[in-house]
Ligand binder design. Structure first.
Ligand code: FMN
Length: 355
């Protein structure tokens, strides 16, 4: 049904216009308590075998929505009702900003990929905080992803992240420092350990000072050299971070300027996950994102050591029931193998667990 809608209608329309219409519809749904609850009952993961706990937070299922879809925290509840085990909102910056000129979002249907150069278009940390303060009608685990305001120079980056963290950490189930988007000039330089250490240390101070101590993660690029992946992992351990999200979009491609996501990112994303797991074992929570399309991908990431998995482009091609369908199939497969998500994580796969 969605495939037909996609091939006949959606793919002919401007990708960003479709995106905004979807977010508006979901935001409207967020204001309709009865429908929201009905959807949640029908679509949200409910099988106990899917449940997983990471950094003290309980997730109903391992698959969440990656950052960049709900940039302004406008529709997290509706997304949870459609079956995501968590929703990472943002990237949110301290100050509102328009992002890059349009067009800035492109589908590559043949490769099941997307290229974007959105540039952190968002209404700023205060506006997001107002939305996140609204009481919730259905349960939703919300991660908040923060980034640098474009006009703020690199030398003041830490203070800019701290402004967002102060506003948003108390409202987040977990907080993510995003230093890996390719569309804010200079942002990815912040992944260099000598710049990253003071930045993460200052944000961590804020995250640690909230009443519940907000878990803190860092999101990295797939284009880091392997040694730099190791260096960020070591730094995360040294600073006592809770986890690493790997990966953001890649700039290693030949299409439109911007970050590439979806199927072509799969291989490198898994490679980075395996590298991180080999380096840190289970001392950090690893969140794997990049090219996740179906239940096989989620299964593979869990076995490779991810506690949580995220996706975005997969939903563009598979539609709103994507997460719910994957969770349902995952639950079935777990039962077949008489196991659970927590038991599966990082297990060197004996043959019987191969799909
Ligand atoms: C249109 C679009 C916008 C994105 N915006 C953000 C963002 O604001 N912050 C961020 O950390 N990642 C952002 N991402 C990256 C995703 O969170 C994810 O890391 C990446 O797309 C790889 O996952 P996928 O292959 O499942 O899409 C964006 C991705 C897309 C496609």
């Amino acid at each position: 049904m969605y495939r037909l809608l996609f091939t006949q209608v959606l793919r002919r329309l401007d990708a960003e216009a479709v995106h905004h219409a979807t977010v508006r519809a979901l935001a409207l749904l967020s204001t309709l308590p009865l429908l929201k609850r009905l959807l949640h009952r029908a679509l949200a993961p409910s099988d106990p075998a899917l449940r997983v706990t990471a950094f003290g937070v309980h997730f109903p299922g391992p698959l969440g929505l990656a950052a960049g879809f709900d940039k302004d925290a406008a529709c997290a509840e509706a997304l949870s009702a459609f079956g995501f085990g968590h929703v990472e909102v943002g990237t949110i910056t301290a100050h509102a900003q328009p992002g890059n000129p349009r067009p800035r979002l492109f589908r590559d249907v043949r490769r099941r990929a997307v290229i974007n150069r959105m540039g952190f278009n968002n209404a700023g940390a205060q506006a997001a905080a107002r939305r996140l303060r609204r009481t919730r009608g259905v349960p939703v685990v919300v991660g908040v992803n923060i980034g640098k305001t474009k006009v703020v120079p690199e030398s003041e980056a830490a203070a800019d992240y701290v402004t967002s963290a102060k506003e948003l950490a108390p409202l987040a189930d977990y907080l993510v420092v995003n230093v890996s988007s390719p569309n804010t000039p200079g942002l990815r330089n912040l992944q260099a350990v000598e710049l990253l250490r003071p930045l993460l240390a200052s944000v961590k101070e804020v995250a640690d000072s909230t009443p519940r101590r907000t878990p803190l993660l860092v999101k990295i690029a797939p284009d880091l050299a392997d040694d730099d992946v190791d260096a960020v992992a070591d730094l995360a351990l040294e600073l006592g971070l809770d986890g690493i999200i790997a990966t953001n979009t890649t700039i290693r491609h030949s299409g439109e300027t911007g970050g590439l996501s979806g199927r072509p990112l799969k291989e490198r994303s898994i490679e980075v996950l395996r590298r991180l797991r080999a380096r840190v074992g289970d001392r950090l929570t690893l969140v794997s994102v990049g090219g996740v399309e179906d239940v096989d991908d989620v299964w593979e990431r869990l076995l490779a050591g991810a506690t949580l998995v995220q996706g975005y482009t997969g939903m563009i091609y598979e539609g709103p029931l994507w997460a719910s369908r994957i969770h349902r199939r995952l639950a079935r497969r777990l039962r077949r193998h008489a196991t659970t998500v927590p038991e599966l994580i990082g297990r060197t796969a004996p043959d019987r667990l191969q799909g």
